[in-house]
Design a protein around this ligand. Sequence first.
Ligand code: SF4
Ligand code: SF4
Length: 140
Amino acid sequence: MTKKKKSRIRPGKMVEFVLQSLLKKPATVNYPFTKMPMPDKFRGKLRYDAAKCIGCMLCVKDCPSGAIKIKKVGEKRFEADIDLGKCVYCAQCVDSCPKKALMATPEFELAQIDRNKLKVIFDAPPEAPGGTEQKAGGSQ
Ligand code: SF4
Ligand code: SF4
């Protein structure tokens, strides 16, 4: 039986590694004080533009987790209820929407102690086309 030869790093090499590491920029950022820019196609918190929605319900049908509801609140007026606690951030609803009324934003800091604060209602008051956001269960 042959003995396996142990691979050892010479102390001199180790010092070289340490010195190299000291001179390199850190691979991490000082989060939460410094934030990395998210990639272009990052799928974070959803945004809904009520002015573009036609109420076709494709987003509701295609959502794998039942996280989105669209309610008709008037003549050609729709409201979106999105449960960010159920959402798996797949952006299928964004892809399915024929009017580009749903968008995935770079926002990812969504943690809440109270699950109700993850239920977000987007509505479209007549005087403010484009949609405003109301948060159920208090402010986030
Ligand atoms: S991102 Fe995915 S899970 Fe979230 S609401 Fe859209 S389809 Fe549903
Ligand atoms: S798929 Fe788009 S247009 Fe259709 S109901 Fe959903 S958000 Fe509105």
